[in-house]
Design a protein around this ligand. Structure first.
Ligand code: CTP
Ligand code: ZN
Length: 158
Protein backbone atom coordinates (compact mmCIF):
# COMPACT_ATOMS: atom_id res chain seq x y z
CA UNK A 1 0.00 0.00 0.00
CA UNK A 2 1.95 2.97 -1.22
CA UNK A 3 0.38 6.41 -1.07
CA UNK A 4 2.41 7.56 -4.04
CA UNK A 5 3.29 4.62 -6.21
CA UNK A 6 7.01 4.79 -5.56
CA UNK A 7 8.96 1.76 -4.47
CA UNK A 8 8.14 1.67 -0.79
CA UNK A 9 11.42 0.01 0.11
CA UNK A 10 13.30 3.14 -0.91
CA UNK A 11 11.19 5.45 1.11
CA UNK A 12 11.60 6.86 4.55
CA UNK A 13 7.98 7.13 5.64
CA UNK A 14 6.79 9.56 8.24
CA UNK A 15 5.32 7.29 10.87
CA UNK A 16 1.63 7.11 11.73
CA UNK A 17 0.37 9.08 14.67
CA UNK A 18 -1.67 7.82 17.61
CA UNK A 19 -4.03 10.73 18.30
CA UNK A 20 -3.93 14.10 16.65
CA UNK A 21 -4.11 15.79 13.28
CA UNK A 22 -2.52 15.10 9.91
CA UNK A 23 -2.47 18.05 7.58
CA UNK A 24 -1.98 16.41 4.21
CA UNK A 25 -1.69 17.72 0.63
CA UNK A 26 -0.02 20.91 1.75
CA UNK A 27 1.44 22.85 -1.14
CA UNK A 28 5.13 21.99 -1.41
CA UNK A 29 7.22 24.55 0.38
CA UNK A 30 4.51 25.57 2.85
CA UNK A 31 5.14 23.13 5.70
CA UNK A 32 7.13 25.59 7.78
CA UNK A 33 4.40 28.18 7.34
CA UNK A 34 1.88 25.60 8.53
CA UNK A 35 3.96 25.13 11.66
CA UNK A 36 4.10 28.91 12.13
CA UNK A 37 0.31 29.17 11.82
CA UNK A 38 -0.14 26.47 14.41
CA UNK A 39 2.36 28.21 16.68
CA UNK A 40 4.66 25.21 16.71
CA UNK A 41 8.29 26.10 17.25
CA UNK A 42 9.44 22.93 18.95
CA UNK A 43 9.62 24.65 22.30
CA UNK A 44 6.47 23.28 23.89
CA UNK A 45 7.17 19.59 23.68
CA UNK A 46 4.60 18.67 21.06
CA UNK A 47 5.51 15.69 18.92
CA UNK A 48 5.42 16.85 15.30
CA UNK A 49 6.52 15.20 12.06
CA UNK A 50 7.03 17.07 8.83
CA UNK A 51 7.47 15.71 5.32
CA UNK A 52 8.59 18.08 2.61
CA UNK A 53 8.44 17.57 -1.13
CA UNK A 54 6.92 14.14 -0.75
CA UNK A 55 5.64 12.58 -3.98
CA UNK A 56 1.84 12.71 -4.16
CA UNK A 57 -0.95 11.46 -6.39
CA UNK A 58 -2.92 14.65 -6.33
CA UNK A 59 -0.13 17.21 -6.39
CA UNK A 60 3.25 16.77 -8.05
CA UNK A 61 4.91 17.20 -4.68
CA UNK A 62 3.36 17.89 -1.33
CA UNK A 63 4.28 18.70 2.21
CA UNK A 64 2.65 16.95 5.14
CA UNK A 65 2.50 17.89 8.82
CA UNK A 66 1.50 15.48 11.58
CA UNK A 67 0.80 16.84 15.02
CA UNK A 68 0.38 14.41 17.88
CA UNK A 69 -2.19 15.19 20.57
CA UNK A 70 -3.77 18.21 18.98
CA UNK A 71 -6.90 19.13 17.02
CA UNK A 72 -7.12 22.42 15.15
CA UNK A 73 -9.41 25.36 15.74
CA UNK A 74 -11.60 26.71 12.93
CA UNK A 75 -9.49 29.89 12.95
CA UNK A 76 -6.34 27.87 12.39
CA UNK A 77 -7.98 25.93 9.55
CA UNK A 78 -9.19 29.18 7.96
CA UNK A 79 -5.69 30.60 7.91
CA UNK A 80 -4.21 27.32 6.70
CA UNK A 81 -6.60 27.42 3.74
CA UNK A 82 -4.94 30.63 2.57
CA UNK A 83 -1.52 29.04 2.14
CA UNK A 84 -2.58 25.43 1.59
CA UNK A 85 -5.84 25.56 -0.38
CA UNK A 86 -5.73 21.88 -1.29
CA UNK A 87 -4.96 20.62 2.17
CA UNK A 88 -6.81 17.76 3.79
CA UNK A 89 -7.30 17.79 7.55
CA UNK A 90 -7.34 14.27 8.99
CA UNK A 91 -8.32 13.77 12.62
CA UNK A 92 -6.69 10.62 13.99
CA UNK A 93 -7.88 8.75 17.07
CA UNK A 94 -6.32 5.52 18.20
CA UNK A 95 -4.37 5.36 14.90
CA UNK A 96 -7.51 5.57 12.73
CA UNK A 97 -8.56 8.51 10.58
CA UNK A 98 -11.97 9.29 12.11
CA UNK A 99 -12.59 12.52 10.22
CA UNK A 100 -11.25 13.86 6.94
CA UNK A 101 -12.13 17.10 5.28
CA UNK A 102 -10.71 19.48 2.74
CA UNK A 103 -10.02 22.97 3.98
CA UNK A 104 -12.51 25.54 2.78
CA UNK A 105 -11.49 29.06 1.99
CA UNK A 106 -13.59 31.46 4.06
CA UNK A 107 -14.99 34.63 2.46
CA UNK A 108 -13.02 36.72 4.92
CA UNK A 109 -10.66 36.41 7.86
CA UNK A 110 -10.65 38.76 10.84
CA UNK A 111 -7.87 39.34 13.32
CA UNK A 112 -5.41 36.85 11.87
CA UNK A 113 -3.45 38.80 9.25
CA UNK A 114 -1.79 42.17 9.50
CA UNK A 115 -1.87 44.68 6.68
CA UNK A 116 1.49 45.36 4.99
CA UNK A 117 0.47 48.98 4.35
CA UNK A 118 2.08 51.02 7.12
CA UNK A 119 -0.48 53.77 6.48
CA UNK A 120 -3.43 51.45 7.06
CA UNK A 121 -5.59 52.18 10.10
CA UNK A 122 -5.23 48.57 11.22
CA UNK A 123 -1.48 49.02 11.63
CA UNK A 124 -1.82 52.29 13.55
CA UNK A 125 -2.11 52.15 17.31
CA UNK A 126 -5.88 51.89 17.14
CA UNK A 127 -8.20 49.22 18.48
CA UNK A 128 -9.18 48.07 15.00
CA UNK A 129 -9.34 44.38 14.19
CA UNK A 130 -7.87 43.57 10.79
CA UNK A 131 -10.22 42.13 8.22
CA UNK A 132 -9.27 40.69 4.86
CA UNK A 133 -11.54 39.58 2.08
CA UNK A 134 -10.35 36.30 0.58
CA UNK A 135 -9.85 36.44 -3.20
CA UNK A 136 -9.12 33.60 -5.60
CA UNK A 137 -5.43 34.41 -5.59
CA UNK A 138 -4.85 36.45 -2.47
CA UNK A 139 -6.45 38.58 0.21
CA UNK A 140 -7.60 42.21 0.24
CA UNK A 141 -7.52 44.50 3.27
CA UNK A 142 -11.05 45.59 4.12
CA UNK A 143 -9.77 48.97 5.32
CA UNK A 144 -7.26 50.18 2.74
CA UNK A 145 -7.76 47.76 -0.15
CA UNK A 146 -4.16 46.53 -0.21
CA UNK A 147 -3.97 43.15 -1.91
CA UNK A 148 -1.52 40.50 -0.72
CA UNK A 149 -0.85 37.62 -3.09
CA UNK A 150 2.64 36.34 -2.42
CA UNK A 151 3.80 36.19 1.15
CA UNK A 152 0.46 35.84 2.91
CA UNK A 153 2.28 33.72 5.46
CA UNK A 154 4.46 36.70 6.36
CA UNK A 155 1.35 38.68 7.32
CA UNK A 156 0.05 36.15 9.80
CA UNK A 157 -0.21 37.49 13.35
CA UNK A 158 1.28 34.95 15.65
N1 CTP B 1 -2.04 8.97 8.97
C1 CTP B 1 -1.16 9.04 10.04
N2 CTP B 1 -1.40 8.35 11.19
C2 CTP B 1 -2.49 7.56 11.31
C3 CTP B 1 -3.40 7.47 10.23
C4 CTP B 1 -3.14 8.19 9.06
O1 CTP B 1 -0.15 9.74 9.97
N3 CTP B 1 -2.68 6.89 12.44
C5 CTP B 1 -1.76 9.76 7.77
C6 CTP B 1 -1.52 8.91 6.54
O2 CTP B 1 -0.14 8.62 6.44
C7 CTP B 1 -1.95 9.85 5.43
C8 CTP B 1 -3.05 10.70 6.07
O3 CTP B 1 -2.91 10.52 7.48
O4 CTP B 1 -0.88 10.72 5.06
C9 CTP B 1 -4.43 10.27 5.66
O5 CTP B 1 -4.60 8.91 5.95
P1 CTP B 1 -5.54 7.99 5.06
O6 CTP B 1 -6.89 8.61 4.99
O7 CTP B 1 -5.44 6.61 5.61
O8 CTP B 1 -4.76 8.03 3.68
P2 CTP B 1 -5.32 8.23 2.20
O9 CTP B 1 -6.51 7.38 1.99
O10 CTP B 1 -4.15 8.07 1.27
O11 CTP B 1 -5.75 9.76 2.25
P3 CTP B 1 -6.21 10.69 1.02
O12 CTP B 1 -7.21 9.92 0.23
O13 CTP B 1 -6.78 11.91 1.71
O14 CTP B 1 -4.95 10.99 0.24
ZN1 ZN C 1 -4.87 47.81 5.15
Amino acid sequence: MSENGDDASHQLRVSKIHNGTVIDHVRAGQALNVLAILGIDGGDGESVSVGMNVPSDRLARKDIVKVEGRELSQDEVDVLSLIAPDATINIVREYDVVEKHRVERPDAVSGVLSCPNSGCITTADEPVTSRFEVLKDGVRCGYCGTIVREGIADQIDT
